[in-house]
Every structure is written in C-alpha cells, then in structure tokens.
Design a protein around this ligand. Structure first.
Ligand code: AMP
Ligand code: MN
Ligand code: MN
Ligand code: MN
Length: 302
C-alpha cells in the first residue's frame, strides 16, 4: 500500500468495478480516475474474479493511492441473490479458486440460455457480440445489455434489464451461487472482511425490524459488516443501517459501485456530492490496516 495513514477527511471508495468484470475501464484506468479525483483509498471489488487486482495495485503504488484487494461474490440467501463484498483479501488458495471456477462454469451455462431466450422472442443477438464487448474473463448481463443497445433494440442498458434481463423478465436465467455462509468463509480464509453489499437493493422489506432480522441471520453466518454508504441509500435509510450495525456490532463500509459507462446512472467514483470520508468508516479501515489520524498529512485529500 502506498500509505497506511488516512486523514479523517480523506475521501475513499470501497466498491468499484473494472473491465475484468462488468466495469468499462481497465483496472489501471480506474485507479487513475480515483487518483485524479483526489481519493486516498479505493477497494477494487470485481464480480467473481481477482484477476484485475495486481494491475490496480501496481498503478496504486505509482499514483500514491491505496488499493484494497477486494471481490464481490453473488451468494444465495433464501433463493435470493445477495452480493457479498470481500475486502482485504490475500492471494486466492485452491479452495477459493475451486469456488470461483464453479461460479464461472455457472455463468458459461447461463449465458447461451439468455441469448437463446432473446433469439426466441425476435432479438437476433449472438454470444460473440456480447463476448466482444466483455473483452475479459467475465461475461455478464450488462455486456448482453450493451450488445442489445449496440443493435438498437433498446435505447439504454437500463431498458434492456427492465424489459428482458431482470428476474421475472423473458430472458432471465438463474446461475449457480454459493451460499452466504460459503462466500463468507471463503473470504475469511483469505484474511478478508465479508459484508453484504448495497442492502437498499436487496429484495426483502426495508423496514427496520425486517432488516434487523436479516442482518442478525447474516451475522450468524459470519459477516463482519454492512455497506451502509451507497449512492442510492437515502440519509434516513443509511442511518437505519448504521443503527443496525451498532446494535449488532458490525462494521460500516461504503462505496459508489462504479461501473463506468456500463452503469451510467450511478454517480462516479467517490460519489459526487456525497463523498465517503475515512472518518465515516474508521473502524473498518483500522481493521484493514489503516490508521485514521489527522496527525499525518499523508493520505489527506490533496
Ligand atoms: P450478472 O452478474 O451477469 O447476473 O449481472 C448482474 C450485474 O448486472 C450486476 O452486478 C449489476 O452491476 C448489473 N446490473 C443489474 N441491473 C442493472 C441495470 N439496471 N443497469 C445496469 N447494470 C445492471
Ligand atoms: Mn456489476
Ligand atoms: Mn452488487
Ligand atoms: Mn458492485
């Protein structure tokens, strides 16, 4: 890491994607974007892969910005997909690789089914077109959406999800997911912290008591925290989640879920207008090896 002291006011973003999963920018470019925006720390959290981390870490050293090694795993909870962030993970071991391979196989099985369903309802897109857009190791729904956009079948990626790709729509297909407990254990084995991402996007009720119930279950499954700071969380919702984190002794994290042009509706890295500061998530950063302190200028926002 470039530095381990973080000024309380320094801006951080612990949830960003690169082109090795469904972001549009190369790992090094994402680090450049973050460094140019004056951030001190980012976590690279690509879906189901760690292949972009080395490149991001190397650029982080060059640019003087700390890059936390992360991942975002789609896990199963009561038949729903819950995304588990792993932060501060070491090099994958063979058990981790085996789990990832199962996920990748699941994607490979699912992608042709999605294309076939689209073909059946009259949209002549091919797997190759989507693969060309993905141009990496993970081919996911945003790439299929981008292929539909390229053909003019939809006018935005969002529209492709709403009409065809979301659960309940005609081209939706399930894929293999490890359980929340399996995903959490895998992250812990690599020395990382596991946190359910963006609770605001979870499909269960968002009332306090329901959230408390589900996060109590997640805690029993081993999770360490909650991603409380997220662009689509209202301040009230964020405070509800913070209260639950305090009650259950869970760490708080936050990030923008940056995907570049593949998710243009989300704000950019560092969350424009609502930056997350080191002081907002200090206990988590300390667990990841940082010292949050105003004493040292290193790590403060330039
Ligand atoms: P997959 O991993 O192939 O199931 O695709 C899921 C990914 O699609 C998620 O990680 C999101 O980043 C992305 N996604 C979901 N809904 C949308 C949307 N409405 N617009 C753009 N991207 C989306
Ligand atoms: Mn994504
Ligand atoms: Mn997610
Ligand atoms: Mn994400």
């Amino acid at each position: 890491m470039a530095h381990t002291v973080c000024h309380p006011d320094a801006v951080v973003d612990l949830h960003v994607h690169t082109s090795v999963s469904d972001g549009s920018d190369l790992p090094a470019s994402v680090v450049d974007i973050a460094a140019d925006a004056g951030l001190s720390i980012i976590a690279v959290t690509d879906h189901d892969t760690t292949t972009g981390l080395k490149e991001a870490e190397t650029r982080g050293v060059q640019r003087g910005i700390s890059v936390i090694r992360g991942i975002e795993l789609s896990a199963d909870y009561l038949g729903h997909s819950v995304h588990i962030l792993g932060l501060g993970i070491g090099e994958p071991d063979h058990l981790f690789d085996a789990m990832i391979q199962k996920v990748l196989d699941g994607r490979k099985e699912r992608n042709p089914k999605i294309i076939r369903s689209l073909n059946e309802i009259g949209y002549q897109i091919t797997l190759n077109e989507a693969a060309a857009i993905a141009d990496g190791d993970i081919l996911s729904r945003p790439h299929i959406a981008a292929a539909m956009l390229q053909r003019g079948y939809v006018s935005s990626i969002e529209e492709a999800f709403k009409r065809f790709l979301n659960r309940g729509r005609p081209a939706y297909h399930e894929r293999y997911r490890p359980s929340v407990m399996e995903a959490t254990e895998a992250i812990h084995r690599l020395g990382g912290l596991a946190l359910p991402a963006h609770p605001g996007l979870m499909r269960f009720d968002h009332r306090h008591d329901d959230l408390l119930y589900h996060f109590t279950r997640f805690k029993e499954m081993g999770i360490d925290g909650i991603e409380t700071f997220y662009p689509t969380h209202s301040e009230t919702f964020r405070q509800t989640l913070s209260g639950i984190a305090r009650k259950l002794d869970l760490l708080e994290s936050g990030g923008s879920d940056f995907h570049g042009r593949f998710k243009p509706n989300l704000p950019g890295i560092g969350i424009d207008g609502m930056p997350i500061r080191c002081s907002d998530i200090a206990p988590l950063l300390e667990r990841l090896g940082f010292t949050v302190s105003a004493q040292n200028k290193k790590g403060s926002k330039p």
